[in-house]
Every structure is written in C-alpha cells, then in structure tokens.
Design a protein around this ligand. Structure first.
Ligand code: BJW
Length: 247
C-alpha cells in the first residue's frame, strides 16, 4: 500500500519513558530560559550552565531507569517488517529509538551521547558527562567539545536527506511534537505538497494541527503500535480508521 514513509518524532514519544518534554506542564522550559540553555549566545555567556542542563539529562538517560516505550518499539518493528522505504526523523536527542532497534534514523537536533568540536564539527562519543576534560582529537590545539545539539538560530542536521525523503514519501506521520519549532513544524506542508497522506499522533492538537489530514488523539504508546499494525497489514489510513482510533 504505502511505499515511502517518513516519521517525525518529538519529545512526546519519550514522555512515557520518563523524559520531560519542553513545552508541556512541568516541561523543561518551565525551569530553564530558552535564551540561556538553547542558544549559541547562551552557551557563549555561560558554558557551565548549559553543560549542567545537558549533563543532568545525560545522567537521567544513563541511570538505568529509562527505557524505550511501546511507541519506540513499534517504530523499530515497522523498520524491520515494512518492505518499502522508511526514515525516522527525530527531534529528540535521547537514544531511545536506537535502544528499541531503529537504525534508519536521523537526529535532526543532535544527540546527547555526543560532543562536537566547535571548529571542525567532528563528533565524539561521550562516555561520561561533558566537561573540561573532553577535547577533540582533530585540531591543534585541541578544542573543548560542546554539546552535539542544535540550538535556536543553528542549522538542523541532515536537512537535504529529510527534504528528499519528504519529496518522495506517500505517508508522513508526526508523533508527540508540538509543531512549534521550525523547520520540523513545516515538514507536514512539504509532505502535503507532494500528495502524501499526513497523520499526527498527540495527546492534544499541536500548533500545526490544521495541516494534517488525520488526527489521532491519545498517547503515543497506545496509538503508534495500532498505526504500525495497520500499515503492516496494508490497510490505508481512512476517516473510519481515524474515528476508530480516537473513539
Ligand atoms: C505526547 C505525549 C504522549 C506529550 N503521547 N504525545 C519565526 C517564525 C518561524 C521560525 C522562526 C522564527 N524565528 C526563528 C525561527 C526559527 C527557529 C524556530 O522555529 N523558532 C520558533 C520558536 C518560532 N528554529 C530554529 O532556529 C532552528 N534552526 C533553523 O531554523 O535554522 C535555519 C533554517 C533556515 C532555513 C531552512 C531550515 C533551517 C533550530 C531549532 C533548534 C531547536 N532546539 C531544541 C533544543 C535542542 C535539543 C534539546 O535540548 O533537546 O530542540 S528546542 C526544543 O524544541 C528541542 C526539540 O527538539 C524542539 C521541539 O520540541 P518538541 O519535540 O515538539 O517538544 P514539545 O515539548 O514542544 O512538545 C511535546 C509534544 O508532545 C506536545 O505537543 C505534547 O502534547 C505531546 N505529548 N506526551 C503523544 N504520551
């Protein structure tokens, strides 16, 4: 039925694994100013503060309590069993998709598990939280690594590959993202423009809700496995399906 699928995931898919989202009640932006921790200017002003913000999240991800949930697992199953093309584009910097088994994956806002040389942009795996002792091996003198994340005003990673996938997909699914941060929030427009079916999964309508054809309202951990089973059973997404899922 479908031949090429693009799945966009946001913080909401990891919420049921215990990771905080940004803009929901009790989200990360309630305790932190975006200008302080998610801009290059904030990092230049106070690198220690920014490192603390990411290191706390690094520790949570590695404390042994955080696991992929049923939504991550279902997407990994889709990758294994779907015979067409699939690309998962995640805005998340956690590695829960990888832990669930996904490989056809692009981290457009970076990865918590890596540090980046600010000069060459080469990335290095972090075995412990980022600090002064993390320097690159690509430059002389060695540069102190910065978090491998994309802050406001910086160019997201892999946009050419995403653009190509969106230009040719026949199904676009956005899961657990508020649709408020660009360019990710605009992917649905591109997919619509190329005639793809567009589906959102969220507990509340996202900011770009009106751009989607189908709206599945509820938790990712219950809706994504259903959606994946339907796709694998070659069932097209329809209004009837939409009604069933949201009932
Ligand atoms: C559940 C659930 C459950 C909960 N089940 N659902 C004016 C107009 C338009 C654009 C701009 C503008 N001024 C500036 C811009 C550009 C700017 C931007 O978009 N700003 C907006 C604020 C307006 N964007 C940028 O600067 C980007 N770069 C850029 O544009 O480069 C230039 C360019 C030019 C031309 C083409 C292309 C590019 C960079 C953006 C960088 C974002 N960085 C961050 C932080 C880094 C990573 C990190 O710390 O983790 O990325 S910000 C933060 O937001 C993070 C996220 O990846 C991103 C998106 O958040 P997400 O995932 O949507 O989370 P939430 O919390 O917002 O939503 C969670 C959702 O889940 C909610 O809807 C819940 O309901 C739902 N949910 N539980 C299902 N169980």
């Amino acid at each position: 039925m479908y031949r090429q699928i693009v799945v966009l995931t946001g913080a909401g898919i990891s919420a049921e694994s215990g990771l905080r989202t940004f803009r929901d009640q009790d989200g990360l932006w309630e305790e932190h100013l975006i200008e302080d921790v998610a801009t290059p200017e904030g990092y230049a002003r106070d690198p220690q503060l920014v490192e603390r913000f990411y290191n706390e999240r690094w520790r949570q991800l590695h404390n042994g309590d955080v696991e992929p949930n049923l939504a991550h697992v279902a997407l990994a199953k889709l990758e294994q069993e779907f015979e067409g093309e699939l690309l998962i584009v995640t805005q998340n910097i956690d590695d829960l998709h990888e832990r669930a088994g996904s490989r056809r994956l692009l981290h457009m806002h970076g990865e918590l598990s890596k540090g980046r040389c600010p000069r060459s942009r080469q990335t290095f795996l972090l075995r412990d939280p980022l600090g002064e002792h993390h320097t690159c091996t690509c430059c002389i003198p060695a540069q102190r690594l910065r978090p491998h994340v994309v802050w406001f005003g910086e160019m997201p990673i892999g946009l050419d590959r995403v653009q190509h996938a969106l230009d040719t997909c026949d199904l676009f699914i956005a899961i657990g993202t508020s649709g408020s941060v660009y360019p990710a929030a605009g992917f649905v427009d591109t997919a619509n423009h190329h005639g793809a079916q567009t589906v959102e999964v969220n507990i509340v309508p996202p900011d770009n809700d009106s751009q989607f054809q189908y709206h599945l309202q509820g938790k990712a951990s219950s809706l994504v496995p259903y959606l994946v089973d339907r796709i694998l059973n070659d069932e097209v997404i329809s209004d009837q399906y939409d009604t069933e899922m949201t009932a």
